[in-house]
Write a protein that binds this ligand. Structure first.
Ligand SMILES: [Zn+2]
Length: 737
């Protein structure tokens, strides 16, 4: 496949489809691969419900024998496969076309099916947990149960933290209250009305939660500042309520940790996912050790933005222009296949199949679900929902979702159903690995310094937003849980102070930590998850390390990643799976390596900027028009002007530069210039001139400006036998003679 400059993608018209029917078939996913007819789907829904009812026959018998336990888990797998396929099919259809009433009915029908399945299988987990330890150990020693061993161990791993049945039942009854702080936060966040601000054209616009970031990305600093002040000002008006909801949420975690005999809320959150707390602590520690790199990046940002002070509202705006235009979906496919070529032929062959067999639903319509995702059943190929708009971000999203798809594809192919799903901790490694490889490929093929600078800068931004920022969140999340556990009040004053302190530490002295940012915790819905965001940072570090191994080692690394990681689903602990693939997240090494990569990228961008500054030609005056003669920039005491598309320059200077001698008649305001056999006459204000006695119509008459006569450059140059060209990109007349 030809490697081509990424940002110079062919300009093609951006399609605009109103309805799904207008979209050509090749851009819509093929759900027929799951069910050819609705009757087939209905048969599976029925079958699922029958199997769910039948499944209760295993109740009370799990601990009896290896055969009993095995049969129950096999039956559970079969039931789940029927359920999953029917459920996902209906919901994929609905997500792509939510205004279709048939699809709505089908999606609703799956919710009823889900309720039956939940009800009939709810006994399974508690019953596994109740099998006495010794008995379970004896059962799991059987090779017959090898496939189910990790799943069963995973189920009972938190057993020592399980309370007596009556206590757990009591807690289960009050459990819905635990969700209340998050629910109230979401409602409040929806209800808060933001003020209007002025956009780039001075027009009054309504600031919303949805458009806040796009105004923060504005290249107009006044707009960014207005959005920042308005947003956090409005949030600040509700600071006590917002602090109470977050404090209550944190309290539920601490109560849960304490009642279940965990040392901390973070331990209670990580243990069920089989992630050691040391992974979390190492991440925060290692990032803290390298904050000087983030500070250096902020210095660079300040220099590139050419601002006296760098503020928190300057952080989202682009530093390097990028004019790649619309990238067609076909072009995106080529870029992805090109970029992921280091993953080997076997991998890219599957990607080709994904494109050819329509795994992807490409374009947006009004009734399609927004965003992008990868989803699929064990008994189907993966499906990708996109809302493709032809930006470079969209190309990266395609590569990202295909990373999930390949993870699903290989795990589904190589694992029993029970082990085919994968947890978040490894999921985002598979997807961001593709993004890292895409970046390297685009960078290698960038055709000029500008393109390289653009790519390096977006990579650094990716680092900042993922590795640094998510770790900053993780650090704050851990801190507020510890403060609450120690009896300190999580009131607005304290939350703001703690948040601002961490923010200052992360961004360093170059950054003016504006007061408003102290309220940022109130903008982040992820603080209502339970120690979740750190996984974005660990995944980013892990995939950066794996991408480097792929590029350095080649095929052995590719094979290792495919067989030990992408094909493993959740057959083992996530930390073990990644360790087998080549990255040991129980040590600080991967995060340290990612920091080295960040440093190298920073060095590279700084060097390119220095080089670009050296290469830059003599800067033109603002809005100035340049004149170049035989490759040399000319300077005039009266600046050239563009009058109705014609560049006019001082008469004496231009004639003399082109080797002519002139005679000026002040009374008639007429110039006569001679060079060799050529004589040119020009009168100020006249629309015609003569060349060797022949009249020539001028695009623009000569005129007097600041006491000097200015004449049309092209006419003069061509009349004297020179070649005259217009370099629009540099706003310069180029004369060769
Ligand atoms: Zn993802």
């Amino acid at each position: 496949m030809s490697t081509q400059s990424v940002l110079a993608a062919a300009q093609e018209a951006k399609p605009n489809y109103k309805t799904r029917d207008e979209i050509p078939t090749q851009y819509k996913w093929n759900l027929d691969d799951m069910y050819k007819t609705k009757a087939e789907w209905e048969a599976d829904v029925k079958k699922t419900e029958e199997l769910a009812k039948d499944f209760t026959k295993h109740q009370g018998k799990l601990g009896n024998s290896v055969a009993e336990l095995k049969q129950a888990l096999e039956d559970y797998s079969v039931l789940s496969r029927y359920f999953e396929k029917a459920y996902i099919y209906a919901n994929l259809g609905f997500d792509a076309n939510s205004s279709n009433p048939d699809l709505q009915t089908m999606a609703d029908r799956t919710e009823a099916m889900l309720a039956v399945v939940n009800e009939k299988t709810a006994w399974l987990t508690p019953e596994i947990t109740e099998i006495p330890d010794a008995k379970l150990k004896e059962l799991l020693a059987s090779p017959e149960l090898a496939t189910f061993k990790y799943m069963v161990e995973d189920t009972v791993r938190t057993k020592q933290h399980t309370l007596s049945k009556d206590k757990e039942e009591l807690l289960a009854q009050v459990a819905p209250i635990n969700d209340a702080p998050g629910t109230i936060y979401n409602m409040l966040a929806k209800d808060i009305k933001f003020p209007k601000i002025k956009d780039e054209s001075g027009k009054e616009v309504q600031l919303t939660r949805a458009n806040f970031i796009s105004y923060m990305e504005s290249t107009d600093r006044n707009v960014r500042k207005a959005a920042f002040d308005a947003y956090y000002g409005a949030m600040g008006g509700f600071q006590d309520t917002l602090a109470s909801t977050l404090a209550s949420h944190v309290k539920t975690h601490n109560i849960n940790a304490k009642t279940h005999n965990y040392k901390s809320a973070v331990e209670a959150a990580l243990t069920p996912n089989n992630i050691p707390v040391s992974v979390y602590e190492q991440l925060v520690g290692t990032v803290n050790d390298n904050l000087d790199l983030l500070h250096r990046y902020m210095d660079l940002k300040k220099r590139m933005l050419k601002v006296d002070e760098l503020h928190m509202y300057d952080i989202y705006t682009t530093l390097v222009e990028n004019n790649h235009g619309y990238i067609s979906y076909e072009q995106a496919q080529k870029m992805v296949l090109d970029g992921l070529q280091p993953m080997g032929k076997e991998y890219t062959d599957v990607l080709q199949t994904a494109f050819k067999d329509r795994w992807v639903d490409v374009y947006s319509t009004d009734d399609k679900r927004s965003g992008a995702y990868q989803w699929g059943a064990y008994d189907s190929h993966p499906y990708l929902l996109m809302n493709y708009q032809g930006t470079l971000d969209d190309v990266n999203t395609l590569a990202h979702e295909l990373g999930h798809a390949m993870h699903s594809y290989y795990s589904g192919k190589n694992q029993h159903y029970i082990n085919s799903n994968y947890p978040t901790f490894t999921a985002e490694v598979a997807s961001t690995l593709n993004e890292a490889l895409m970046f390297q490929n685009m960078y290698q093929n960038a055709k000029n310094t500008q393109e390289k600078m653009y790519l390096l800068n977006s990579y650094l931004e990716n680092f900042r937003a993922t590795l640094f920022r998510q770790t900053q969140f993780a650090e704050f999340e851990k801190l507020i849980h510890e403060k609450e556990a120690a009896g300190e009040s999580l009131n607005a004053t304290n939350l703001k102070k703690w948040y601002l302190d961490i923010n200052k530490k992360y961004y360093g002295e170059t950054m003016i930590s504006d007061e408003g940012i102290a309220m940022e915790w109130a903008r982040i819905p992820h603080f209502y998850r339970n120690f979740y965001v750190y996984q974005y940072a660990t995944s980013f570090a892990a995939s950066a390390a794996l991408a480097k191994q792929v590029l350095d080692e080649g095929q052995p690394a590719v094979d290792r990643i495919r067989t030990k990681f992408l094909s493993q689903g959740n057959a083992k602990a996530p930390i073990e799976i990644l360790k087998d693939a080549g990255v040991d997240m129980s040590t600080s090494k991967p995060v340290e390596q990612a920091m080295d990569l960040f440093k190298d990228t920073l060095d590279e961008l700084e060097a390119l900027i220095a080089q670009a500054e050296k290469e830059k030609p003599t800067p033109h005056k603002p809005h100035g028009i340049g004149v170049k003669i035989n490759g040399k920039d000319q300077h005039f005491d009266t600046a050239p002007q563009n009058v109705n598309g014609t560049v006019i320059v001082p008469m004496r200077a231009i004639f003399e530069l082109l080797g002519a001698t002139i005679k000026w008649d002040d009374a008639t305001q007429t110039v006569t210039a001679t060079k060799g056999n050529t004589t040119v006459t020009l009168k100020v204000g006249a629309t015609t001139a003569t060349v060797n006695g022949t009249s020539v119509t001028l695009a623009q008459p000569a005129q007097i400006t600041n006491g000097r006569a200015l004449v049309p450059t092209r006419f003069v140059g061509e009349a004297l036998g020179a070649k005259v060209e217009w370099d629009a990109a540099n706003n310069t007349v180029v004369i060769t003679h």
